[in-house]
Design a protein around this ligand. Sequence first.
Ligand SMILES: C[S@@+](CC[C@H](N)C(=O)[O-])C[C@H]1O[C@@H](n2cnc3c(N)ncnc32)[C@H](O)[C@@H]1O
Length: 221
Amino acid sequence: MLNLVVADAELQLIPEQMLDDPAIKKIAAKNHKKPSEMLLDSNYMHTSIDKYFPGRSTRMGRPDIIYIFLEVAMESILNKRGLLRIYIHTKENKIIVINPDVSLPKSYNRFTGLIEDLFRKKEIKVGGKTLLSMENEDIISFLNNTGKNTVVLSPHGKFSNPSDIINMDNINVVIGGFSEGDYVTNLYDHFNSYSIFKDELTIWSVGMEIIAQFERFIKVL
Ligand SMILES: C[S@@+](CC[C@H](N)C(=O)[O-])C[C@H]1O[C@@H](n2cnc3c(N)ncnc32)[C@H](O)[C@@H]1O
């Protein structure tokens, strides 16, 4: 089983400091939502983010990268064979557990609506089946509690071929859920970190390289 764990994801509701911002209130009114129940999204809130968190709008509020990552990973052969588990750890220490059978919305707006619902209810059920759930836990305890070996992927890690990293059939592979900067959690103090390419890659291309390598290692392909 491959556990892909996205760490320190920039997935959060609108922070308290921004709730009374006129631009945020306008977006909320237009979407018939309360500002406090909306996801922070720098794609159309960057001016407000920069006002309250100067210089952070390229890092904070990136549900879009989690959306693309999930759309790609959930469609993999490995997931269809039931051998992939995906967990999203947010920088506020929430762990989102994704049922591998879940069919995520293809539309970005419906995806963000689903995640907002999850932040409110902590569990999304359909027909008695839990599709998504959210718990409070820090990532180091979460990874240690799985009882599996963990490797962290980072452009700053030791340069290695994915085939040298994926060398066991039960492993946690951690990928950063942000577009800029480094992990905020001190993962490097606990686990070895590896780079798989000389340049920085998107989280979904890193995810697919690891999935493809794991499929070959366990010979499902
Ligand atoms: C889009 S990158 C942002 C990386 C960030 N600038 C940094 O310095 O870590 C997000 C994540 O993708 C993964 N990643 C990107 N390029 C990588 C590479 N060349 N090797 C290994 N992992 C990589 C890492 O897990 C990283 O935390």
